[in-house]
Design a protein around this ligand. Structure first.
Ligand SMILES: [Zn+2]
Length: 129
């Protein structure tokens, strides 16, 4: 199992002893909502750690390491943490929008604009696809 999530989605994880616990953990301290900012190659996601939360395995994004995590440089200075798919208890919210069927770019708030219900982004439509 595990959820298919993408950057922009928000997920709920269990926190136990300053760490993100696997979903099967029944004795945990609290639940916490995290914003996903990147998908890792293979499995897992990078989430933002709120400044009010201390996590043992969080890292600070810097100008020299942000590319390693494939996240946008707007997140430099933030605390991040890797979670595998088995640490996602629940999906809190899904970022609304669609991926362009040609270039795969995700457009927030986009809706299907093709006769088959799929979506073509502005750039691809301009190119006449
Ligand atoms: Zn496109």
């Amino acid at each position: 199992m595990g959820y298919i999530c993408k950057p922009g989605d928000r997920v709920i994880c269990k926190i136990k002893e300053d760490d993100i616990a696997p979903t099967y953990e029944s004795k945990y301290d609290r639940k916490q909502i995290f914003d996903i900012i990147a998908k890792c190659v293979g499995e897992g996601h990078i989430v933002i750690v709120p400044s009010s939360l201390y996590l043992k395995h969080s890292k600070t994004l810097t100008a020299s390491n942000y590319k390693d995590y494939a996240v946008d440089k707007v997140f430099i200075g933030s605390s991040i943490c890797y979670i595998d798919d088995y640490r996602i208890c629940e999906v809190y919210s899904i970022l609304d929008g669609k991926s362009c069927k040609r270039c795969n770019d995700f457009c927030q708030m986009a809706e299907g604009n093709q006769s088959d219900g799929s979506f073509l982004c502005y750039v691809c439509r301009k190119r006449g696809y």
